[in-house]
Design a binder for this molecule. Structure first.
Ligand code: CTP
Ligand code: CA
Length: 229
């Protein structure tokens, strides 16, 4: 059994995992958010703990409990997730960005509840958020392993794998775990399929199964990458 053989292979390592979905405030009671459940990130955290790592989870709106012995930091917006990830990354050997992070936030946050008025429509101006993963890759310490996720859909221009490869090269993480999402794939509690790409875009591994099985296969790649350095 591969999992049993692997037990303890992350002993002595500090692993930080982000999970869930960020929320960007719009006014005092509303936000822009996404449907990420946080399950894949939590599965990675629990699998890493099982294999001997010291684990910190930076959780954005995850309505799930975490196994014992895992440190949990609660965040909400992309900005707060970035602050928590940078702090945790200072002492981390492995940094995994599994959270679904907003790409845009409202340009201004109303300090009161926005009211209906005028012509019946409401126009929001959105501005880009910071790219937390790109920042973590830029400030990566020697020997630190940085892993990203990408939820992709195929379209007329390119396949899921082509989009993933371009993103892997753009992001520069040691590993990009590409997830195909669609109407009934990827989000929620369903079996997962993940293709793992190196920073040059080449596919180095493929995993399918439950989120905990996929988590272990991703951690196998972490172990492999760390033996390479
Ligand atoms: N990510 C991040 N900060 C952001 C957006 C994304 O750290 N502001 C991270 C995600 O946690 C994930 C990786 O970047 O690990 C890829 O996210 P994804 O949304 O697939 O890529 P984007 O670069 O945002 O590109 P797009 O959404 O346009 O496909
Ligand atoms: Ca995005």
């Amino acid at each position: 059994n591969a999992d049993a053989d692997a037990w303890g292979d992350l002993e002595g390592l500090n692993v930080v995992v982000s999970a869930g979905g960020t929320r960007e405030p719009l006014d005092s009671v509303r936000f822009l958010g996404n449907r990420s459940s946080g399950r894949q990130g939590f599965a990675i955290a629990e699998a890493a703990r099982e294999r001997g790592a010291k684990v910190t989870v930076v959780a954005a709106h995850v309505a799930l409990p975490l196994g014992e012995g895992i440190r949990r930091v609660e965040v909400s917006s992309t900005e707060s997730l970035g602050v928590a990830m940078r702090a945790a990354a200072e002492t981390a050997d492995v940094v995994i960005m599994a959270a679904a992070v907003a790409d845009f936030r409202p340009a201004k946050v109303a300090d009161h509840k926005i009211k209906k008025d005028g012509d019946g429509t409401l126009t929001l101006t959105l501005v880009p958020t910071e790219d937390v993963l790109a920042g973590l890759v830029r400030s990566r310490r020697p020997g630190q392993t940085v892993i990203g996720f990408a939820a992709e859909t195929g379209d007329s221009g390119a396949t899921v794998l082509e989009h993933g490869a371009a993103k892997a090269r753009r992001k520069g993480a040691d590993l990009l775990c590409v997830n195909e999402v669609g109407v009934d794939r990827g989000f929620g509690d369903r079996p997962n399929e993940v293709r793992m790409l190196a920073s040059d875009g080449a596919e180095v591994a493929h995993a399918a199964g439950s989120k905990i099985e996929v988590a272990h296969r991703i951690l196998d790649q972490v172990v492999r990458l760390r033996h390479q350095v």
